[in-house]
Design a protein around this ligand. Structure first.
Ligand SMILES: Cc1cc2nc3c(=O)[nH]c(=O)nc-3n(C[C@H](O)[C@H](O)[C@H](O)COP(=O)(O)O)c2cc1C
Length: 168
């Protein structure tokens, strides 16, 4: 294919996606609870934004249930998954929605956390929504980080449509 040759080529949707599939990302689950109800979804489009004040961003498809729930609740928790949890990523990507009615069923949640749903063994950032920006089909939610759970586990990664673990 001519686009495979080195050098810049005019963008198309397919070329953009092909380039992005090369990117290795950590995998997280955005959880939210409150008046709009409890929900969670797997994401890889997230980033640290600032340490002073502590802020991060996550990109959610605007027409999704998770975007509506985060918007309505005004808060979310970004749970960075450990390499042991590809099945959690699959669950919250909706892969089993046809057979499991509640994505949280059987998922280990840290007990004793008020207001936020913190997944066990994740590095977790509990946020209040402090900004949003519509961008194409997605909404960029800016989160003001209020609480953090740390974890020593290596992160789960995703590249070329596959879950992977870091090499030593
Ligand atoms: C590895 C992986 C990464 C994903 N990253 C995102 C993402 O960054 N933003 C997004 O909106 N959806 C992302 N998705 C898709 C959502 O997890 C999926 O659409 C989910 O079912 C949304 O839930 P909802 O439709 O109940 O809101 C990703 C899926 C996978 C498997």
């Amino acid at each position: 294919m001519s686009e495979s040759r080195p050098g810049l080529h005019p963008v198309s949707r397919e070329l953009f996606i092909r380039g992005m599939r090369q990117v290795a990302s950590s995998v997280a689950v955005v959880t939210t609870s409150g008046a709009e109800g409890r929900h969670g979804a797997t994401v890889s489009a997230f980033s640290s934004v600032s340490a002073d004040p502590p802020q991060l961003l996550v990109c959610l498809r605007s027409a999704s249930r998770i975007a509506a729930a985060v918007e309505g609740n005004g808060a979310f928790c970004l749970n960075i998954l450990s390499h042991r949890h590809p099945h959690v990523a699959e669950r919250f990507s909706g892969l089993h929605d046809g057979t499991v009615s509640d994505r949280f069923e059987g998922i280990d949640v840290q007990q004793g956390q008020r207001d936020w749903i913190v997944l066990k063994d994740s590095t977790a950032f509990a946020c209040h929504v402090c900004g949003r920006l519509a961008a194409g089909t997605h909404t960029i939610f800016l989160g003001q980080v209020a609480h953090v759970q740390t974890s020593e586990h290596d992160p789960l990664t995703y590249q070329h449509g596959r879950y992977r673990t870091l090499a030593p």
